[in-house]
Write a protein that binds this ligand. Structure first.
Ligand code: SF4
Length: 368
């Protein structure tokens, strides 16, 4: 056994394994599922700090000291036909969250001004509905995207649910959309416990249309819903397989009135370890810490960067509050991290899917 500065013992075998995998990823190699799962299963606080130090090195190597900031506008709120168990906006649950129709141009342009003032790269239009079809609503959505693009202040992003036709994805791309947010939420195995009104395959199919249209993909999930570490590990490999460009990690903020309202919070070290494991599996992706950050991490929020995060959702979330953007910017400054993003674009990263390492990977088949 080795000792650390904290006088907590670290396991020499774990230390050797973490270092070997960390060095491999730094050298451009990859970890396979069983190796990654052994990292997810680390228990000892000293071993987890060891893991974080490697995740930090991997982040520095592939992402430098730039931190990509994103914000969102709730472009259509509440009364959603879907039953996602974590969501305040589902019509299945009594949560008291606001309800309104599709947003007018003014709030979107105000959000772009605010984002620009705070070095925020992108503003995403997020709509609470099942998905988007051809018709007058698609015309209106495309108008908002065109206006955002023409304003030139931020990158126009959107998260508009399930898409069932290639033409819809093409229209969004033609309007100037660059990146579409569509989370896988969790592993294929756990997904049915989060939602029964649409399927994991509906989500993969949507991502297939988006990629074919040439859009960048922002896709991640939520941790703390009752899933296992294996589910988190499999989610990370699915995201790798679909070639997600940005990977948001949300931490469940249990909403009263939803089926997950009584879920116990994840321990802070479990959250940080999960972020670090994602960085080992997805060394070049933007790993963004999104909803539930403030309430779950409290004073440990700045540790997310040491755990490998390279992006941050700032401003308020769809139905819950975040800490102020000023406080986030101060946190980055104190850590010597740079939020500026020159062209509102994407940094270099591998664009292709990688496969998850399993034989006959279904995700690869869907995306092919
Ligand atoms: S997560 Fe999205 S699709 Fe699911 S209920 Fe909420 S708004 Fe609807």
């Amino acid at each position: 056994m080795l000792s650390t500065m904290m006088a907590i013992k670290i396991d020499a075998n774990n230390h050797g394994r973490i270092s070997e995998l960390g060095q491999r990823v730094l050298n451009g190699g990859q970890v396979v599922r069983d190796e990654a799962l052994s990292l997810f299963n680390l228990e000892n606080t000293a071993d987890i700090f060891d893991l974080l130090s490697w995740a930090n090195r991997i982040r520095e190597k592939f992402k430098g000291n730039k931190i990509h900031l994103c914000s969102i506008v709730n472009a259509k709120a509440g009364a959603c036909s879907e039953n996602c168990s974590f969501c305040a906006q589902s019509s299945f649950y009594q949560t008291g969250s606001p309800k309104y129709g599709f947003v007018d141009p003014e709030p979107v342009s105000e959000a772009a001004d605010e984002a620009n003032k705070n070095s925020v790269t992108a503003v995403g239009l997020v709509a609470a509905w099942k998905g988007l079809n051809e018709g007058p609503m698609l015309d209106e959505v495309c108008d908002r995207i065109r206006e955002l693009k023409a304003g030139g202040k931020t990158r126009p992003d959107a998260s508009l649910g399930i898409i069932k036709k290639q033409e819809v994805a093409n229209r969004l791309k033609d309007a100037g959309l660059e990146c579409y947010g569509h989370n896988l939420e969790s592993s294929r195995r756990f997904f049915p416990q989060t939602c029964s009104t649409h399927t994991f395959d509906d989500r993969l199919e949507t991502i297939g249309y988006l990629k074919k249209a040439g859009l960048k993909i922002c896709s991640g999930g939520i941790i703390g819903m009752g899933e296992t570490r294996e589910d988190r590990c499999d989610l990370a490999f699915e995201l790798k397989a679909i070639g997600a460009n940005v990977v948001p990690i949300n931490i469940l903020n249990p909403i009263p009135g939803t089926p997950f309202e009584k879920n116990p919070p994840l321990p802070v070290m479990e959250i940080l370890k999960t972020i670090a494991c994602f960085r080992f599996i997805l060394p070049r992706q933007e790993i963004m810490i999104a909803g539930g950050r403030t309430v779950n991490l409290r004073d440990a929020q700045s540790m997310i960067f040491m755990a490998g995060a390279s992006a941050l959702m700032v401003g308020n979330y769809l139905t819950t509050l975040n800490q102020s953007v000023e406080k986030d910017l101060q946190m980055l400054k104190d850590l010597g991290l740079d939020p500026s993003w020159d062209n509102h674009g994407f940094s270099d990263q591998e664009e292709t899917g990688y496969g998850c390492g399993k034989e006959n990977c279904e995700t690869e088949a869907v995306m092919a």
